[in-house]
Design a protein around this ligand. Structure first.
Ligand code: SAM
Ligand code: SF4
Length: 314
């Protein structure tokens, strides 16, 4: 369905949980406070009903996200049940990857076509600092497993954090070359309660390109701008919601784990979908599409929205 600005809204991002096995400092509170009770989180049947209503309006691409989606109990069955709904063309997943090892085939069998793995650093100590956890991640093994299962293109997403991981850009370019990956650098967004210095850590795509002029522009594809490094395999993408907003390309709605439809990531506007029958669900999705604004107003230095990213579904 087209919205008021003639954008074709065909993409639904579903957060299946607000829980996570990491605590990335820019995403969620360290103590993970304000966890929802089990009953506050959409049940499998509610998610399925929501997807059935959404496909009727032409939302045919589904992204499963969170929190960390792979910590949800029964996630493989839920994904299978979503991917087999009539009208669902593609189910993809965003994950921090910690639970991917040994499970890629299972995900593929459940219907996941591609995986975006979030990885902000290739350094073990920095990983622990960013994620405020004691975990380590064997990303080589995971990437290898994704390649073996033919889940290309494999996209690795890294939030750029000035003074923390920006010096690792050449390492990410080498990793993209080694495995023929799409490494995508995402600009840090001011979302939720900022208990760190946002301005100190923000770094824009233009800052990066000034430092690495050898990166050659290839193409713009939806929300990402892709570059290549001469004589290297793989692609380097930039997702620039702050410096070069892409709202005119926005094709999505978000469904939060507690059952709220969000027309835009950067506003507090939400429409609850719990307890609705199939006709009401359909009408509510339609209303959410209608309510989408033309663009976000982060450039106006407005207050960050209340929900932290883990409670929205990035
Ligand atoms: N746990 C999964 C993961 O990390 O991929 C899925 C959920 S996470 C909220 C989805 C994406 O949002 C991750 O790539 C994460 O880095 C990104 N993200 C979270 N907070 C962000 C912020 N403030 N600015 C930019 N990206 C953010
Ligand atoms: Fe968890 Fe993903 Fe947020 Fe990190 S970015 S805390 S992995 S939900």
């Amino acid at each position: 369905m087209k919205d008021r600005f003639q954008r074709d809204i065909d993409y639904l991002r579903i957060s299946v949980t607000d829980r996570c096995n990491l605590r990335c400092f820019y995403c969620m509170p360290e103590d993970g406070i304000d966890k929802k009770e089990h009953d506050d989180i959409l049940r499998d049947e509610e998610i399925i009903s929501a997807v059935k209503a959404a496909v009727k309006l032409g939302l045919k691409k589904i992204r499963i996200t969170g929190g960390e989606p792979l910590v949800r109990k029964g996630i493989y069955t839920l994904i299978k049940n979503i991917s087999t709904i009539d009208g669902v063309e593609e189910v993809v997943l965003t994950t921090n990857g910690l639970l991917l090892k040994g499970n890629v085939k299972r995900l593929k069998d459940a219907g996941v076509k591609r995986v975006n793995m979030s990885l902000d650093t290739l350094n073990e100590t920095t990983y622990k600092n960013i994620t405020r956890s004691t975990h380590a991640i064997d990303y080589h093994a995971i990437i290898t497993e994704l390649i073996e299962e033919n889940m290309q293109p494999i996209k690795l997403n890294a939030v750029l954090l000035k003074g923390i991981n920006d010096h690792e850009i050449p390492d990410f370019i080498k990793l993209a070359d080694r495995y023929n990956l799409h490494v995508r650098f995402i600009e840090l967004m001011p979302i939720g309660q900022l208990d760190y210095n946002y301005k100190q850590h923000f770094i824009s795509k233009d800052d990066v390109l000034l430092k690495y002029p050898e990166l050659q522009f290839e193409k713009k594809y939806r929300i990402a701008e892709y570059y290549t490094m001469p004589s290297h395999k793989g692609k380097i993408g930039f997702i620039n919601p702050i410096s070069h907003h892409f709202c005119d390309q926005c094709n999505r709605l978000r469904l939060t784990a507690d059952g709220n439809l969000k027309p835009c990531l950067h506003t507090n506007e939400e429409i609850n979908i719990r307890q609705l029958d199939s006709i009401e669900l359909y009408n509510t999705f339609k209303q959410a599409i209608h309510q989408k604004s033309s663009r976000h107003s982060l450039h106006k230095n407005t207050k960050p929205i209340d929900r932290s990213m883990n409670k929205i579904g990035g």
